[in-house]
Design a protein around this ligand. Structure first.
Ligand SMILES: Cc1ncc(COP(=O)(O)O)c(C=O)c1O
Length: 907
């Protein structure tokens, strides 16, 4: 029998729960078949009891029947019921089927008050959720209490829910963490602190609550802790005493409504439904559905709207049949008649955006229908004027570079740490960023530094300590703007572990910190310690505290909603938390007008609205599942004797150099890793690894990334994300199931077996060829070239100590065809010029895929390292480089002319 995963193991979620149930079934069947025994079954059941109480299903009654079957020595009965419950949990049928809740006696005709009365009926397919009730009422009263709650259900209710009752702070916290079906929590004053179960499992979970050593907690404290874990939940507080005082407490902000104990239960029931309805409502989508039902005559462009030209046609009707009629009924280019304008929203798009802002923890959010490529360009254009300096990771997405070309911002490239072995870059160390700011300060040019622009998480999964980065930068420049490109990381908002590492998660934490009087004390204490003239080295070594009175918090976050949530391709959101937004709002509108299409796609907007609904109502469980799937894949690859011979998934210990893992965290698969150690790492470490992004090394199997990606797609219908020289990136998301893990693992076994057989039967030549190929892919890896510097012609107003440049002028220099020259990459002239000069200066962006970052930008002086790297590259797709013509350079004469011109500066 396989060992069931412990619940305190990291991110053990819905899948692990199903495994424990399957284990229980195996134990019951072994007992019934004679190879096991009752004691083993009872022990397994007892171990599950504490955490099963955190779920409505199977509930006290069915669990009691299981225990009774064991006590009555009825192995068959126990096995049968355990099987039934496991099946209902696996396919989640208990949300719809009344039969799943019945005991055999109920089925024989006894009335069962435990059954949700509306479950099972065809017309009653209402969304299902669970409500956690935290109470001081003795456990013996809980079944009666649950019955009282169920009696409140009315046919009119839009949703149906089941109560889950607990009696302590610890249990409430663990239930909130483990039960993804919860949508609301009712906290009655007067509950205990300690769990009624003495389970070490719970202790380790509670450690993650970050609750100071105490054995007491008030209802408001519990509300605050739960809000931190799952901000999307509606919390209701039921007070026995002075409700007015409770409601007036600033901590009560975490609570949706405060009730007085003796008041009507029905009011609370209605409030719960209304709270869920508020998240369920999708203003744009709801209206679009209504619009599609109306008989509308269209006399504007977009003949496809209403679909008549499609469905009447002999020639294109198949498109209509393929997509279905609603696609066309819901098409319109109008912004009236109940529809709203994306460019100037005042109605349901505005309301949908406000809800998205709430869900993402932002002050405002913008829907963008041309991908995060556009969101980034909008943010760069709106916030940066020509001549402003932007500290930016050279490996960021091309939209940032192009944003600066268009807007005239001057990039000051800060280098990420390299992971040469895998031909990829990590993220930019904070020390490098601080050094760049201190250099600007030393040159007296800190006022020109407008923005820090970073990718979080990176393509390969490096997550910044967003809070620490912002705090330390704000200590040097209190009004620095932050643009965090979280194209890949939108889902992180819905995991309590990852959320603090998102831009908005950190911005909210900094905002809270600014309100705390202790923050000024901490700042002043550090200032005293640093003295009046601290050296750069001291400032680089110290974890700097900003002055909370001076900070102007300005944070922007972009998410490709289509990359990690249920939006249609190109659906993106731009979130804002900026105390100075009023000063840039007009510019922001201009940026929207510049980049947004005047014909935004209706389905896309609707899908952004619906993605928000989904994440607010089930995002927590879905993200949990995606992480669990990723850990399942990591584990299966590492443990399989054949797969692990040829393939591996790079762990956090190899993806993040040890100096950036201050907490001592090694990897998710380390046996010592649990919720608490992972939380510590996410809290303290400079960089963490997003567990859902898996670098699968295939070079050790003799395949380069592109080859392997092609093979997975063509032979096995498996699509993976980006590739590097010797790896592919496998990503799990909210769509994945455990069957996907099984498919991938089966395929890896098949490929490994083929290699094994080829090597076994091929003789020494095949072996030698394989070894040589592996060596070439794994050890003969080209060094990654750092950014060199801009040519002096583009640095006329640059500082002495920093490397920013006027990339826009360099970019437009290439528009003068006569001012450009081409030299083939392998021409000896390149080597001669590298040795003797004059400088080779790139006229364009050159971006090889993979790795996907620009190895040359316009105006950059090309060095030996860059040429060596390019010559070693064996990829076919290199944007900005035409092999037939050669490298496109700004000619020496053009450079001389440009150097002579007066520099253009921002007004
Ligand atoms: C870091 C990063 N930012 C932005 C983008 C662009 O996003 P979109 O495809 O939504 O335009 C990508 C795309 O891969 C990306 O990797």
């Amino acid at each position: 029998m396989s060992k069931a995963p412990r619940i305190d193991q990291l991110f053990s979620g819905p899948g692990a729960r199903a495994d424990r149930w399957r284990n229980l079934v195996e134990s019951a069947e072994a007992w019934a078949g004679g190879s096991g025994n009752r004691a083993a079954f009872e022990a397994a059941l007892t171990e599950m009891t504490a955490t099963e109480e955190f779920h409505a299903y199977p509930g006290h009654k069915l669990l009691a029947v299981l225990r009774n079957s064991a006590a009555a020595d009825d192995a068959q009965g126990a096995a049968s019921l355990a099987r039934r419950i496991t099946r209902a949990l696996l396919n989640r049928s208990f949300r719809l089927s009344a039969g799943d809740w019945e005991t055999d006696e109920d089925a024989e005709g006894a009335t069962a008050d435990v059954l949700p009365p509306t479950l099972g009926r065809a017309e009653a397919r209402r969304p299902y959720f669970e409500v956690l009730i935290v109470t001081g009422t003795p456990a013996s009263r809980w079944p009666a209490l649950a019955t009282e709650w169920r009696r409140l259900r009315r046919p009119l209710d839009q949703f149906v829910y089941e109560p889950v009752i607990v009696g302590s702070f610890e249990d409430a916290f663990c239930a909130t963490l483990l039960n993804a079906d919860l949508a609301a929590v009712i906290i009655h004053e007067g509950f205990a602190y300690r769990s009624r179960h003495d389970a070490p499992i719970l202790r380790s979970l509670v450690e993650a609550a970050d609750q100071k050593q105490t054995t007491q907690a008030s209802a408001l404290q519990l509300a605050q802790v739960l809000k931190r874990v799952r901000p999307e939940l509606d919390l209701y507080l039921v007070s026995n005493g002075a409700v007015e005082e409770t409601a007036g407490d600033p901590k009560a902000r975490a609570v949706r409504q405060v009730f007085y104990a003796v008041e009507e239960l029905l009011e609370l029931h209605l409030a719960i439904l209304e709270g869920v309805q508020d998240r369920y409502e999708t203003p744009f989508f709801d209206n679009l559905k209504k619009y599609a039902q109306r008989p509308i005559g269209t006399f504007h462009a977009l003949p496809i709207a209403r679909g008549k030209s499609v469905f009447k046609s002999d020639w294109i009707r198949d498109m209509g049949e393929f997509y279905g009629v609603n696609l066309f009924l819901a098409e319109s280019s109008a912004t009236t008649g109940g529809l709203d304008s994306m460019l100037e929203p005042t109605g349901n798009i505005k309301r949908a955006q406000e809800k998205a802002a709430r869900a993402l923890g932002a002050d405002r959010a913008y829907f963008v229908t041309n991908g995060t490529s556009t969101s980034n360009k909008m943010a760069v254009q709106a916030l940066v004027a020509p001549g402003d300096i932007v500290l930016v990771d050279r490996n960021c997405h091309k939209s940032h570079h192009y944003g600066m070309v268009l807007g005239g911002g001057q990039p000051l490239y800060v280098e990420a740490f390299p992971l040469t072995a895998y031909s990829m870059y990590g993220a930019v160390p904070l020390r490098t960023i601080k050094q760049a700011l201190l250099n600007l300060k030393a040159d007296g040019r800190l006022d020109r530094a407008k923005m820090l622009d970073l990718t979080n998480c990176t393509f390969d999964g490096h997550i910044y300590n967003t809070r620490r980065v912002m705090e330390e930068c704000l200590a040097i420049k209190p009004d620095l703007i932050f643009l965090w490109d979280e194209a890949w990381f939108g889902f992180a908002r819905f995991s309590p572990f990852l959320r603090p590492r998102t831009a908005m998660g950190a911005a909210n934490a900094i905002e809270d910190w600014m309100q705390d009087p202790k923050s000024v004390e901490a700042y002043e204490k550090q200032q005293k310690e640093l003295g009046s003239k601290p050296s750069d080295e001291t400032l680089l070594k110290t974890r700097l505290i900003p002055d909370p009175r001076k900070i102007r918090l300005r944070v922007y976050q972009t998410n490709s909603t289509h990359k990690s949530m249920s939006a249609i391709r190109q659906g993106s959101m731009l979130s804002v938390k900026d105390v100075e937004f009023h000063t840039v709002e007009a510019q922001f509108k201009e940026a929207v007008f510049t980049h947004a299409s005047t014909s935004p796609n209706q389905q896309l907007i609707a899908s952004l609205d619906v993605s928000r609904r989904q994440m607010e109502l089930e995002g927590y469980g879905l993200v949990h599942n995606a992480i669990e799937v990723a850990l399942g894949i990591r584990q299966a690859v590492a443990q399989h004797p054949l797969i692990s011979k040829y393939f591996s998934i790079v762990g956090a210990d190899k993806m993040v150099p040890v100096e950036f893992r201050e907490s001592g965290f090694t990897d998710y698969l380390d046996g010592k890793t649990n919720w608490a150690t992972a939380r510590r790492s996410l809290h303290e470490d400079e960089f963490c690894l997003d567990p859902t992004r898996m670098t699968l090394v295939c070079g050790t199997a003799g395949y380069d990334g592109t080859q392997f990606k092609g093979m997975l797609a063509n032979r096995y219908n498996i699509q993976v994300n980006k590739t590097s020289r010797n790896s592919v990136l496998v990503q799990s998301n909210i769509n994945n199931t455990r069957s996907d893990i099984a498919h991938l693992i089966r395929v890896l076994v098949e490929i490994s077996s083929e290699i094994e057989e080829r090597l076994a039967k091929g003789g020494p030549n095949v072996r030698a060829e394989f070894d040589a190929r592996v060596k070439s892919l794994m050890t003969d890896v080209p060094d990654l070239p750092n950014f060199s510097h801009f040519h002096d012609a583009f640095r006329k107003d640059a500082g002495k100590r920093s490397n920013e440049g006027d990339m826009r002028t360099a970019f437009y220099a290439a528009y003068n065809a006569a001012g450009c020259e081409y030299i083939p990459l392998r021409d000896k002239e390149i080597d001669r010029r590298l040795k003797e000069g004059p400088d080779l200066v790139s006229a364009s962006f050159v971006i090889p895929y993979p790795p996907g970052f620009p190895i040359m930008v316009p105006g950059q002086v090309i060095t030996r390292e860059t040429i060596d790297f390019m010559r070693k590259l064996d990829v076919k797709e290199i944007h900005g480089y035409d092999a037939a013509e050669g490298l496109k350079l700004v000619s020496t004469e053009a450079l001389a002319k440009l150097a002579g011109k007066a520099p253009k500066r921002a007004a």
